[in-house]
Write a protein of this length. Structure first.
Length: 136
């Protein structure tokens, strides 16, 4: 009985620690956040100068607010609220490695330790992938 109880407690701790994420909100450098925000919105380079949009690189603009909402609801628990990583890898420069189409494929089919995200609609996957592809 004692072994069963110990195994149950250990399992509960593992599950809760895997779902915890976050916890790094207070440790980010404010100036680094400002630089990332400018890069993401394209303010320094003149790209995507409309507030709340970014240039996806193929002439289309991405609704960053909507993409960030999808990301926060579906991805942040593993990849971190500020794209800095957690259980999953950091996505701060994912656009240098993958195109938007490749990111959609990873979201829909999974890759490595990341499972397929079947609960994410095709439209939301395309939106967040286009946004992530601007992270360079």
């Amino acid at each position: 009985m004692k072994k069963l109880f110990s195994a149950l407690i250990l399992g509960l701790i593992l599950v809760l620690s895997a779902c915890g994420g976050g916890g790094d909100e207070g440790t980010t450098d404010e100036s680094a956040n400002d630089e990332t925000t400018e890069e993401q919105t394209g303010e320094e380079s003149g790209e995507g100068t409309d507030e709340g949009t970014a240039d996806s690189g193929d002439g289309e603009t991405v609704d960053t607010a909507a993409a960030e909402k999808v990301y926060q609801n579906n991805c942040a628990s593993c990849h971190g609220g500020e794209l800095g990583g957690g259980m999953g890898p950091a996505l701060t420069e994912v656009g240098t490695k993958y195109s938007a189409d490749e990111i959609v494929d990873i979201i829909k089919n999974g890759k490595g330790g990341m499972p397929a995200q079947g609960d994410v609609s095709d439209e939301d996957a395309q939106l967040v992938a286009s946004w992530l592809a601007t992270m360079k």
